[in-house]
Design a protein around this ligand. Structure first.
Ligand code: NAD
Length: 256
């Protein structure tokens, strides 16, 4: 059980981050939700998790595209036993048309944020004598797809960061690993259906079947609950010697 542990999940008002937060709370962890907004709905999500699971849950606003706010999130939380670097965005375009500003934002949110939060969290984990870093990478951390240059670069980058953090903490009771989801039908994926329809000149059903799930041999979306379950496993004693690696939850995508 994760009772008494504090988990900070970046980008957790939606999709995989929210799913992981709910599962960790279900396993007894106190959770800190995060996004860049500061709306009543954000705080309501935390209140609901606290009520559902009898844990403490808070929402802390911080923009993961800004180095100082990444570090401030960890400082403001005051404790960080489990750090889940999940915040991520996507943009789909051929390289010659890929906006520089989108490239910069994706590298900042999907990759650099994890460097800043990890740097701020490791001293707290060392002081507590236990820690888990769980980076939400992607099948695109191990393979590529056209039109996703920034995303694929950031996800390969976070695999490298994961290994480095693992080596720097190897002799301590701290582990760092990545989860590699295949396609999960979250708002992020929903939002790229129209662009992909345009790129390939296909209708919605064809994009889902022939583009998205084409490379997912199971022909099924993975779920946010499965990502949460994998995060719980990585936080368990059974996973204490698992560090510097990744677990693919991708229906066989990276076996192809
Ligand atoms: P989502 O869009 O549903 O959720 C993303 C979350 O990040 C939201 O809560 C959003 O508010 C937050 N966020 C966005 N920009 C932020 C910022 N600047 N600062 C703080 N928070 C910010 O997306 P998702 O599908 O749940 O994706 C979550 C992670 O999982 C991402 O890293 C994504 O790359 C990864 N992933 C998703 C899939 C998939 O199929 N959905 C597959 C592989 C990897």
């Amino acid at each position: 059980s994760l009772t008494g542990k504090t988990a900070i999940i970046t980008g957790s008002t939606s999709g995989i981050g929210l799913g992981i937060a709910r599962e960790l709370a279900g396993a007894g962890a106190d959770v800190v939700l995060n996004s860049y907004t500061d709306e009543p709905e954000d705080h309501a999500l935390a209140e609901q998790i606290a009520k559902d699971h009898g844990v403490s849950a808070r929402y802390i606003q911080a923009d993961m595209s800004k180095a100082d706010q990444c570090r401030a999130l960890i400082e403001q939380a005051g404790a960080c036993d489990i750090l889940v670097n999940n915040a991520g965005i996507q943009h789909v375009a051929p390289i010659q048309d890929f906006p520089t500003q989108k490239w910069d934002a994706i590298i900042a949110i999907n990759l650099s944020s994890a460097f800043h939060t990890t740097a701020a969290a490791l001293p707290m984990m060392r002081a507590a004598g236990w820690g888990r870093v769980v980076n939400v990478a992607s099948a695109h951390g191990l393979t590529a797809s056209p039109y996703k240059s920034a995303y694929v670069a950031a996800k390969h980058g976070i695999m490298g960061l994961t290994k480095t953090v693992a080596l720097e903490t190897a002799e301590e009771p701290i582990t760092a690993n990545a989860i590699g989801p295949g396609y999960v039908l979250t708002p992020l994926v929903e939002a790229q259906i129209p662009d992909t329809m345009k790129e390939y000149g296909m209708d919605r059903e064809s994009v889902i079947r022939d583009v998205m799930l084409k490379r997912q041999p199971s022909k099924d979306f993975a779920t946010v609950e499965q990502m949460g379950g994998t995060a719980i496993f990585l936080c368990s004693d059974a996973a204490a010697q698992i560090t510097g690696t990744s677990i693919s939850v991708d229906g066989g995508w990276t076996a192809l």
